[in-house]
Design a protein around this ligand. Structure first.
Ligand code: ZN
Length: 269
């Protein structure tokens, strides 16, 4: 499942390639699941519109269009966006092909069909917003206000998309390690200094991943659709039993909020 840094990287890659282009023709496949807005209405809405900019909101990719509209792409588990030439072979599980004025195509491919495509005409609907705050721009005060009143474990709170939009399992574990906080600690018992350490760790770990991803964008949305995303060097995630990179203690795994949770019993208190 693509996490926030991947989605940010893909949004930037698509923005670089498609900004200023225009959709001239739309083809949609026969499966219903990917179409949050009915396919026919979505196709009619997209045709003829110019792409002003593409950005990330939570874990969604939002294409801003002119006349005012948004095309919102959620990649789900296995969704991919490809910018291709029209001659490039069409992958199985291709659900959408948008022909652009530049002659290229934007394709949406998704084998497992958990991804979603939505169209919003902004003259009739409000613009898309994620339910939670963005972890990259949340302020110190807002972070405390979101987490301090909660009684649940901090790891579970980090995964709650209504508080922060787009933090997944990997980045929750990695940011808690960097902040030196045990995943089971109750939000309300964390000091303001600890919460601030966590906020900064989260930003650091996400931005580092985005930085690494930046160099592999061309692999991500290239003409052949070769998937070659970076692997972040994890400190704790999926390192159960291996030596902590800081103190050599073996990394532990517990299940918290239904998710495998990894931490160092010595570095995290
Ligand atoms: Zn350690």
């Amino acid at each position: 499942m693509p996490e926030l840094p991947e989605v940010e990287t893909i949004a930037r890659g698509v923005d670089e390639r498609l900004r200023g282009d225009r959709i001239v023709e739309v083809w949609f496949g026969g499966h219903r699941e990917p179409f949050k807005t009915p396919a026919a209405r979505q196709a009619k809405g997209l045709e003829g519109r110019a792409i002003l900019a593409v950005h990330r909101t939570g874990k969604h990719i939002v294409c801003e269009m002119d006349p005012a509209a948004q095309w919102i792409v959620h990649l789900g588990m296995t969704g991919r966006l490809l910018v291709t030439t029209p001659e490039a072979p069409v992958a199985v599980h291709t659900h959408a092909r948008l022909t652009l004025a530049s002659g290229r195509e934007l394709r949406f491919v998704d084998p497992r069909r958990f991804g979603r495509l939505e169209f919003r005409d902004l003259s009739r609907s409000p613009s898309f917003s994620a339910p939670g705050a963005d972890p990259l721009t949340v302020t110190a005060e807002e972070f405390v206000r979101l987490f301090h009143p909660r009684r649940l474990a901090i790891k579970a709170a980090l995964l709650n998309q209504k508080l922060l939009a787009g933090v997944g399992n990997i980045y929750a574990d990695e940011s808690l390690f960097r902040a030196g906080i045990r995943p089971r600690r109750q939000c309300g018992r964390l000091t303001k200094a600890e919460l601030e350490r966590l906020r900064l760790s989260l930003i650091e770990v996400l931005e580092h991943a985005i930085e690494l991803g930046g160099s592999s964008v061309s692999d991500y949305v290239d003409a052949d659709g070769v998937r070659g995303f970076f692997q972040l060097e994890h400190c704790v995630y999926m390192r159960t039993g291996l030596a902590c990179l800081d103190c050599q203690a073996p990394i532990r795994r517990i299940v918290l909020a239904g998710r495998g949770t990894h931490y160092c019993p010595r570095c995290q208190v």
